[in-house]
Design a protein around this ligand. Structure first.
Ligand SMILES: [Zn+2]
Length: 68
């Protein structure tokens, strides 16, 4: 899971589970919506680092991050 925030450099996606950040303005607009690319990159991060299969709600269940 992640949240969208904004800093002096533009819009950023912040990982809920660690300090990972994706910056929307670091993606090339010619490849499609930077926001979509950033969301996809964050999904890949969540899957690889936190074992979250998908952030999209497809089955009516919301993935809940595990807390120690
Ligand atoms: Zn993370």
């Amino acid at each position: 899971m992640y949240k969208i925030s904004k800093d002096t450099n533009g819009i950023v996606l912040l990982c809920h589970d660690c300090s990972h950040v994706e910056r929307i303005n670091s993606f090339n607009e010619s490849l499609g919506s930077p926001r979509t690319q950033a969301a996809r990159a964050m999904q890949n991060h969540s899957r690889e680092k936190h074992g979250v299969e998908s952030l999209e709600i497809t089955s009516g269940t919301i993935p809940i991050p595990q807390r120690p």
